[in-house]
Every structure is written in structure tokens, then in C-alpha cells.
Design a binder for this molecule. Structure first.
Ligand SMILES: *[C@@H]1O[C@H](CO)[C@@H](O)[C@H](O)[C@H]1NC(C)=O
Ligand SMILES: *[C@@H]1O[C@H](CO)[C@@H](O)[C@H](O)[C@H]1NC(C)=O
Ligand SMILES: *[C@@H]1O[C@H](CO)[C@@H](O)[C@H](O)[C@H]1NC(C)=O
Ligand SMILES: *[C@@H]1O[C@H](CO)[C@@H](O)[C@H](O)[C@H]1NC(C)=O
Ligand SMILES: *[C@@H]1O[C@H](CO)[C@@H](O)[C@H](O)[C@H]1NC(C)=O
Ligand SMILES: *[C@@H]1O[C@H](CO)[C@@H](O)[C@H](O)[C@H]1NC(C)=O
Length: 572
């Protein structure tokens, strides 16, 4: 308990005295690397805050997720409806009443911003936010861009709210402003010309034909129109029909394509921004080139303007939209991420909780693990590879146990790609489906890197796929190659989407949250275990790939026919 405030002039003095007490809710010891404190925020600056109310049964939702996602469970594949999920996530009436009357008493107009009513949004001045939440909202400058964001290093909650509120946001979270975290493009070759798709020569470049040959991915068309895949893009990215069509015309001569995809925009995104940046071109070209004729939708999240954008908020808005769909896409491929240390544990958990809800609904969420090896992933260039580097930098949201994190491999005989981010979360403990694997890896490490990583944390990535030297066509350089876990993710997502197509055709449920299946004996036997290579960083050689799961290539890369057979067997 700390910092008593003056009494608020409200009805009963008992409430008044209860309102006096603030209880510290979250605090950060240091400003994240890449930002520095400028000065106090002007008191009249308006903040757009949201609060997550405690859900009525988060543990029950987690049990339900395990049940519908674990092969052999009687509920396997029996995914939940939006209403069934909301029954777990809606706050208790008491929590809702306490929070909304607290806001009303302070004349803070609020609205519910989630279907279940567990998120409330409101505007408040810096002056009032400092007063009500014992905060010190200040201007922090992003070193690389000079952009400023308003954040606080700690906040408290009035005593009467602490049992009802999970997190207040954005408070302690520091997204690089204007530069939405993006994982990719760690290596770029400007090609004078494109190389024809020749599956017998995949020594230098990757293209759909090489990947189809490598992973035995069928070239035949998907048949189920209800089976969908969504590709997300944050801020400046919009896909180009022309570039995608031109890529497929050249790279898939076996088939005539007529490129069409759906578009959805949320949180200020629009179709008016420029088309065909590298990231969105890479993602759309490989999803359309590999998940042949699966209906694709592009989901644009966040404004292209210089508005400081907050990554957790954009994740909440973008994935919250999907959660409310009657028929959400069965697979979502996301090649963006950031350093876990930018975000407070409470907001990371709340975003991860949204992913759990989508998993319960039967959505497979695939995220890039990052391109910074063991060090850091961010596109801010913040990364310490000096001899004084003290700790590895896990990435977000790969540390969330309810997503499938995809790392990168390279070479004809696959080994780990040096850039493949991997490690152990400092926020999320190892989940049950994985705990034996992380424990075995930690045991085998012995004292190596002790203190530089979190031995009890959720390990990532879960799986991997080739990620270097993908030929793409984008608006800036025409034909070129890009590398990164950004490339690996649409490959793995496409494989899952084609498996779902076959499952749907057979009258079975889609895979949904993948990890309990992938970590099962049948799942891991259907993956190519990658046992060589490592992900250097932080002045070390990084984690080494080895037999079984490892924090650089996960369980391994896909083998379509084996995965399909395992999925068919699991879905009895
Ligand atoms: C609040 O932050 C400002 C800088 O933004 C600092 O000068 C001031 O001392 C802080 N106040 C408290 C009470 O911590
Ligand atoms: C969710 O969907 C329902 C029904 O389609 C709609 O009424 C509601 O406004 C949506 N909620 C949100 C938060 O989008
Ligand atoms: C391609 O698809 C669009 C939209 O579905 C359609 O209008 C167009 O005629 C098609 N073009 C060809 C060549 O099939
Ligand atoms: C953007 O959306 C508007 C309205 O739906 C549409 O008229 C326009 O053609 C779209 N532009 C692009 C580039 O897709
Ligand atoms: C290690 O991870 C656990 C969650 O698994 C977390 O509670 C703990 O604070 C982390 N330790 C450090 C030093 O970050
Ligand atoms: C670690 O840093 C030292 C001094 O900068 C350097 O000599 C050494 O090569 C580095 N080791 C690795 C594995 O990066």
C-alpha cells in the first residue's frame, strides 16, 4: 500500500476512505533499452487507456483449450463458439459493477471493447491518471527515431479495484513508436534477375517449387472453401494483387492463378497505403504459392501514419476482431514480433489470453520467432553482442504458450539458421505439453549460459522451416531475396492450412491450437528433427540444435504426408 490520495467528494465517507488507498500493481525497474526519459508529460495530455477486468474462469478456459487441442481427449476437435468462450472470459457482475461505477464516479466515459465485456476503454488526462493510479506519466524518447511516447514506470490501483482488474494499458509497455515491430529481412540480396523455379536446384534460392519438393507439399488445389487462412500485416503494409500475380505466374508455371484475396482493416489500418512492401509481399506470395487455392484474407492492423502505435494494443484489436467472427479463419500467419522485455508481464499475459481464446475456437496461430538469434529480435537495432552482454532476449509473442512459434533453418540438408530466435520466456512458464522437453534441454546444457536465460520459462520456437534466401517480388526492388523467420512462418502456416483442407474434406475438425498435437509422439515423429547449427548472439554461440526439441529449431521442419497422416489419425 502506498501514497494515500485526498478524499473524493462522493456519496459515503466509507467509500471515500476506501478510495484513499492505492496498491502498487505493476512497476518496472528500468527504462527498456532504446528509450530515454525526457520530461514529465503535460498534465492536460489525454491518454487512451484500457483496463482488463478479471475473467470469471480463466483456468476453466485453459482446461477447455487443452481438452479440444490434445489428441486422445474425448473433446479433441470440439472447438468452442464465441459465446462458449465468452462464458469463461466475461467478468463477474461484481467486477463489472465495481469497475464501471468507479469510472462513472470519476466522470470517465468508458466503453466495452471486447465481446465478452472484459476490456473497458476510457480517455483520461495525464493529471487525473497520475492522481487516480499513483502514476508518473512521462515522455520517453525513442533513441533511434526521436519519437516520444507517454508512459509510466509504475502504477497502482485503488484498493477497491485490485481484485477486479488484471491490467491497465498502455502504462509500462514500450513499443518502438512509429516502427511496428517486424521480424524479417535480416539479409537481403538485390538480384539482377530472378531464378526459374527448379526443384532440383535449391542450393542458392528458395521458391515455392523448392519448398514443395523439400517438404512434400502437394501442388494440387485445396477444395474446401470453408477452410481459410489469414495473413496479418501491421501498419505500412498492403498486399499487391499485381505483384502477387506476377510472382505466381513465374514461380508456379504448373498452374494458372487468378489472384484474389479478401482484405480486412482494423485499428486505423486502410487500403490507401502503399502496396507491396517486402514483408507483405513475402507473406502473401508464399501463402498463395504454397497453400494452393486456400482462400486467403489479408488483415491490416494499425494506421500507416506516424501515430505512435502500441504493439499489444494492435494485437488486441486485430486478433480481437477474429475472435468475434462466427467462422474465424482456421490459420493465421503473423511475421511480426518484438522483444518480450518491452512489455509488462500483465499485458503480455492478457494478449496471450486472447490467443488462448482463439485456440479454443479452433484457430492455429503461427508467429515468427524472431531474427536476432538468442540476443534480441527487434527491428530497432537494439541488441547487445558485446562481451558485457548479460542475458539473452526472448521475443514476444513467441513466449506465449498458446501460439506456435516458427524458427528458421537453412541449407539443402537442413541445419539451424544462425538468425533463428529461440530461448526461454521470462514471463510464461513452460506449459505442460512442453515441460519435459525444456527440462531435458536445460539438463543437457548443465552450467552453460546459467543466469543468461530462464530455465523454467516456456521454450520457443516450437517448429521451424527454411528461412533464408526466399525469392520474392516487391514494389521497391522487383525480384530479390529476403530471409528471416518471416519467411519460415508462411511456409509452416501453409502446410497446416492444406492439412486442414484435407481434414475438412474428410468431415473432421481443423487442427486448431497446434502444440499439444505437435509435441505428441505422433506429431513429433512427423517432423524433420534438425540437429545441427545454432543461433549466436549476446557474444555467445547461442543455443545448439540437437536431437529432439531445441530452442533454435523447435521440434523441426514439416513433412506434409507424415503430418497429414498423424492429423487424420488424431482426429478420430
Ligand atoms: C516524475 O517524473 C519526472 C520526470 O518525468 C521526474 O522529474 C519526477 O521527479 C517524477 N516524480 C516522482 C514523484 O517520481
Ligand atoms: C461481435 O459480434 C457481434 C455479433 O456479430 C456484434 O454485435 C458485436 O458488436 C461484436 N463485438 C465486437 C466487440 O466487435
Ligand atoms: C479473375 O477473378 C476476378 C474476380 O473473381 C474475375 O472478375 C476475373 O474475370 C478473373 N479473371 C480470369 C482471367 O479468370
Ligand atoms: C480501397 O477500398 C475502397 C473502398 O472499399 C475501394 O473503392 C478501393 O478500390 C480500394 N483500393 C485498393 C487499392 O484496394
Ligand atoms: C523466469 O520465468 C518465470 C516464469 O516462468 C518468472 O516468474 C520469473 O520471474 C522469471 N525470472 C526472471 C529472472 O526473469
Ligand atoms: C566475445 O567478445 C570478445 C571481445 O569483444 C570477442 O573477442 C569474442 O570473439 C566474442 N565471442 C563471441 C562468441 O562472439
Amino acid at each position: 500500500m502506498r501514497r494515500p490520495l485526498f478524499c473524493f467528494p462522493i456519496l459515503f465517507s466509507t467509500i471515500c476512505s476506501a478510495s484513499n488507498v492505492l496498491i502498487l500493481h505493476e512497476k518496472r525497474d528500468a527504462i527498456p533499452a532504446g528509450f530515454f526519459l525526457s520530461r514529465s508529460a503535460p498534465s492536460e495530455t489525454m491518454l487512451d487507456l484500457r483496463m482488463a477486468l478479471k475473467q470469471s474462469d480463466t483456468a476453466g478456459l485453459e482446461r477447455a483449450l487443452h481438452a479440444v487441442s490434445t489428441p486422445g481427449n474425448p473433446a479433441y476437435g470440439k472447438h468452442l463458439t464465441s459465446e462458449e468462450v465468452a462464458a469463461y472470459t466475461k467478468p463477474s457482475e461484481e467486477s463489472f459493477d465495481v469497475a464501471t461505477s468507479w469510472l462513472k464516479q470519476r466522470k470517465l466515459l468508458h466503453k466495452a471493447v471486447s465481446h465478452a465485456g472484459d476490456w473497458l476503454q476510457f480517455s483520461i488526462s495525464v493529471e487525473k491518471a497520475n492522481e487516480y493510479f499513483g502514476a508518473n506519466f512521462s515522455l520517453f524518447t525513442h533513441t533511434d527515431t526521436g519519437s516520444e511516447i507517454v508512459r509510466t514506470l509504475e502504477y497502482s490501483l485503488p484498493a477497491e479495484l485490485t481484485n477486479h482488474i488484471k491490467v491497465l494499458h498502455p502504462t509500462l509497455s514500450f513499443s518502438p513508436p512509429n516502427v511496428i515491430p517486424k521480424i524479417s529481412l535480416s539479409k537481403r540480396h538485390h538480384l539482377a534477375s530472378r531464378q526459374a523455379p527448379d526443384p532440383t536446384d535449391c542450393t542458392i534460392f528458395q521458391n515455392p517449387a523448392c519448398l514443395q519438393a523439400k517438404y512434400n507439399i502437394p501442388t494440387t488445389s485445396a477444395t474446401q472453401s470453408s477452410n481459410m487462412i489469414t495473413v496479418t500485416g501491421f501498419q505500412f503494409n498492403n498486399p499487391s494483387v499485381f505483384l502477387t500475380q506476377s510472382f505466381l505466374n513465374f514461380m508456379r508455371p504448373d498452374k494458372t492463378f487468378n489472384v484474389t484475396f479478401g482484405t480486412r482493416y482494423v485499428a486505423g489500418a486502410s487500403n490507401s497505403t502503399s502496396e507491396g512492401n517486402s514483408e507483405v509481399s513475402l507473406d502473401m506470395e508464399y501463402v498463395m504459392g504454397l497453400a494452393t487455392d486456400v482462400p486467403v484474407t489479408f488483415l491490416g492492423i494499425g494506421p500507416a501514419t506516424a501515430t505512435p502505435a502500441d504493439f499489444p494494443t494492435l494485437l488486441l484489436e486485430g486478433f480481437g476482431l477474429l475472435l468475434n467472427d462466427t467462422n474465424p479463419p482456421q490459420v493465421v500467419s503473423t511475421s511480426y514480433g518484438a522483444d518480450e522485455s518491452f512489455y509488462s508481464p500483465a499485458i503480455s499475459e492478457s494478449v496471450c489470453n486472447l490467443f488462448m481464446q482463439l485456440g479454443a475456437r479452433g484457430v492455429s496461430l503461427l508467429f515468427s520467432s524472431g531474427d536476432g538469434g538468442v540476443q534480441t529480435s527487434s527491428s530497432t537495432g537494439v541488441g547487445d553482442n558485446t562481451a558485457t552482454c548479460k542475458a539473452f532476449g526472448p521475443t514476444f509473442p513467441s513466449g506465449c504458450p498458446w501460439v506456435t512459434s516458427v524458427g528458421a533453418t537453412r541449407n539443402v540438408v537442413e541445419i539451424a539458421a544462425f538468425l533463428s530466435s529461440g530461448g526461454f520466456s521470462n514471463v510464461f512458464p513452460a506449459p505442460s505439453y512442453q515441460a519435459a522437453d525444456t527440462a531435458a534441454y536445460v539438463a543437457q546444457l548443465g552450467s552453460t549460459y546459467r543466469g543468461m536465460y530462464n530455465a523454467s520459462g516456456r521454450g520457443f520456437p516450437d517448429v521451424s522451416a527454411l528461412g533464408l534466401d526466399f525469392q520474392i517480388r516487391d514494389h521497391r526492388f522487383g525480384w530479390q531475396t529476403d530471409s528471416g523467420t518471416s519467411a519460415s512462418t508462411p511456409v509452416f502456416a501453409s502446410v497446416i492450412s492444406l492439412i486442414n483442407d484435407r481434414l475438412t474434406a474428410a468431415g473432421k475438425s481443423p487442427l486448431g491450437f497446434l502444440n499439444p498435437f505437435l509435441y505428441s509422439a505422433a506429431g513429433r515423429a512427423a517432423l524433420n528433427d534438425i540437429t545441427e547449427g545454432s543461433n549466436p548472439g549476446c557474444n555467445t554461440t547461442g543455443f545448439a540444435a540437437g536431437a529432439g526439441w531445441d530452442p533454435v529449431t523447435g521440434l523441426g521442419s514439416p513433412n506434409f504426408p507424415k503430418l497429414l497422416a498423424a492429423a487424420m489419425t488424431a482426429a478420430v
